[in-house]
Design a protein around this ligand. Structure first.
Ligand code: AMP
Length: 175
């Protein structure tokens, strides 16, 4: 079975979570399958055009495979967190959600100017969170070499928000 189908086989669909009308893609069953986790990390790494300077992972499910990937590549892993969670001095970016706003942060010394990074999260939905993360990367003088996601909800066209930052967008499984 190909990697996409092996991933989809493990994903648990939760209807109406966290609110009515949303079908939540629960990735936690993936982490019972160590071979699959290694294969996902290897697929991300082999899909990279060149070795990035860091992996930027988005809170919180982007920390899981993002860190594994960074460690395997022997490069730093950088955390993007919701406002108020990071302990040191931060830079922040506020962006619009369907209803209201959200704010994410990164430590002000997390990236060096000129670094090329990959932004990673578990799932690409509208692309708002990954796009906001790109602004943090760029505020520090670094650039986005690409995005990678385990899952993509293609019908939400999240890629459109990301292509101004990088057209290198890789997703292992599509819905
Ligand atoms: P977005 O900014 O709309 O692309 O949303 C992406 C973030 O929301 C990711 O961190 C996902 O983990 C989470 N997310 C959005 N929709 C879903 C969904 N249907 N199932 C699981 N996670 C989701």
């Amino acid at each position: 079975m190909n990697l996409e189908n092996r991933i989809k086989q493990e994903i648990r669909n939760i209807p109406d979570f966290p609110k009515l009308g949303i079908q939540f893609k629960d990735i936690t069953p993936l982490f019972y399958n160590q071979t699959l986790c290694s294969d996902m990390v290897n697929a991300f790494i082999s899909g990279m055009d060149s070795k990035p300077d860091a992996i930027v992972g988005i809170e919180s499910r982007g920390f899981l495979l993002g860190f594994l990937m960074a460690n395997q590549l022997n490069i730093p892993f950088v955390l993007v967190r919701k406002a108020g969670k990071l302990p040191y001095k931060t830079i922040s970016y506020e962006y619009d959600l369907e209803y209201g706003k959200s704010k994410i942060e990164m430590h002000e010394d997390a990236l060096k100017s000129g670094w090329k990074v990959i932004i990673h999260d578990d799932l690409l939905a509208t692309g708002g969170t990954a796009e906001a993360s790109s602004h943090l990367v760029e505020q520090l003088g670094a650039s986005v070499a690409g995005f990678n996601f385990v899952l993509s909800l293609d019908f939400l066209n999240g890629k459109n928000k990301l292509i101004n930052h990088s057209t290198n967008i890789k997703c292992l499984a599509h819905y």
